[in-house]
Design a protein around this ligand. Structure first.
Ligand SMILES: [Zn+2]
Length: 338
């Protein structure tokens, strides 16, 4: 019974996740930026300053051009109850702890930067604000994920480390989902289906595709499982017509779509997803093809926007992956030896 009540509260709380109305609330509550008042230089001084400006270094040759870099900001909350979230976010530097966003930073040519902002919103939300190019992580959302992580860790006899893993895995997926909205907007990427489903697919594709040296593919699959749990525990199955009419699929559908992508990325490696009942066998049959098609299509959409200096030939890409896999194996061996 208690568990049902908790799930009900969580479901109600996340109703506005990734909804733009959260932004209008947030915008209203943000103080206007302070205007710097500087004394105008006298004409003679201005002329001297002009001549003193040294020319900036010559632009890089096209093939060395770097991509667009992102910005990261933590805005202090007005509500003292959210100070703990503000302090924690800054201490962990949570916006820079997300490996795929770190890799995307400077990798793509965008018409303007994406700004990752942590702020008080007066609602539980995380969203992309088209007009400014901001991706806003609300402290209220952070608080919800911390509470969920604690509830799950306590129920399973987990540790503080498990709670942090849950928090970071969910932030990683949700911020990548919002990054997907930003890329669709900034790069005018075509999507003929529901954008909400498409950017869930992009978030999963990025996590499965960007291999790093300090995480194995199994680690990534485990983190995607943690992120998919969020959709399940925030879906109590009690849907009215308004919920079906929503731009998002219902939580359980998002959960199964994610399972299908992970399982389909390597069915031989993840048979337990089907064996444990997290993915029905009937759906699993087509997941390898579904996962391959989605990954390929997203890479085709993004590929042309990779900055020249980061473009690799097929051989260079293969060599890079082999080098990463060699380092991953070294790390595993070192961990086994300890
Ligand atoms: Zn969305």
């Amino acid at each position: 019974m208690l568990q049902k009540i908790i799930i009900g509260i969580l479901a109600a709380a996340v109703i506005s996740v990734c909804s733009i109305w959260g932004y209008t609330v947030w915008q209203r509550t943000q103080a206007p930026p302070p205007v710097a008042v500087a004394a105008s230089p006298k004409p003679a001084e201005a002329a001297k300053a002009d001549t003193a400006i040294a020319p900036v270094a010559a632009p890089l040759p096209f093939e060395q051009a770097d991509g667009t870099h992102f910005t990261y900001n933590y805005l202090p909350p007005r509500d003292p109850d959210l100070l703990a979230m503000y302090d924690m976010a800054r201490k962990i530097d949570v916006l820079r702890q997300l490996p795929e966003i770190d890799q995307l930073d400077g990798w793509l040519m965008l018409p303007r930067p994406i700004n990752y902002v942590a702020a008080q919103c007066d609602t539980v939300n995380i969203f992309y604000a088209r007009d400014k190019g901001d991706i806003v992580l609300c402290y209220e959302m952070l608080e919800l994920l911390v509470r969920q992580g604690l509830t799950i860790a306590q129920a399973n006899g987990g540790s503080a480390r498990d709670q942090l893993d849950y928090l970071l895995a969910n932030l990683r997926f949700l911020l990548l989902h919002e990054t997907g909205h930003a890329l669709v907007d900034l790069l005018d990427l075509p999507a003929t289906g529901r954008e909400e489903d498409a950017v869930d697919q992009l978030a999963t594709t990025l996590m499965l595709s960007f291999v790093s040296t300090d995480e194995s593919r199994g680690d990534i699959a485990r983190k995607l499982q943690l992120a998919s749990n969020f959709f399940l525990i925030t879906d109590d199955g009690q849907h009215d017509m308004a919920r079906y009419a929503d731009e998002h699929s219902v939580g359980a559908q998002r959960f199964f779509n994610l399972q299908c992508m992970v399982y389909g990325s390597d069915p031989d490696k993840y048979p337990s997803i089907v064996a444990s009942g997290r993915l029905p066998a009937a759906r699993a049959q087509r997941c390898a093809e579904e996962s391959r098609r989605i990954t390929r299509n997203w890479m085709r959409l993004i590929g042309p926007h990779i900055a020249p200096r980061h473009r690799l030939s097929a051989q260079e890409e293969q060599a890079r992956i082999e080098e990463i896999e060699r380092k991953q194996a070294q790390n595993r061996n070192a961990a086994d030896a300890r």
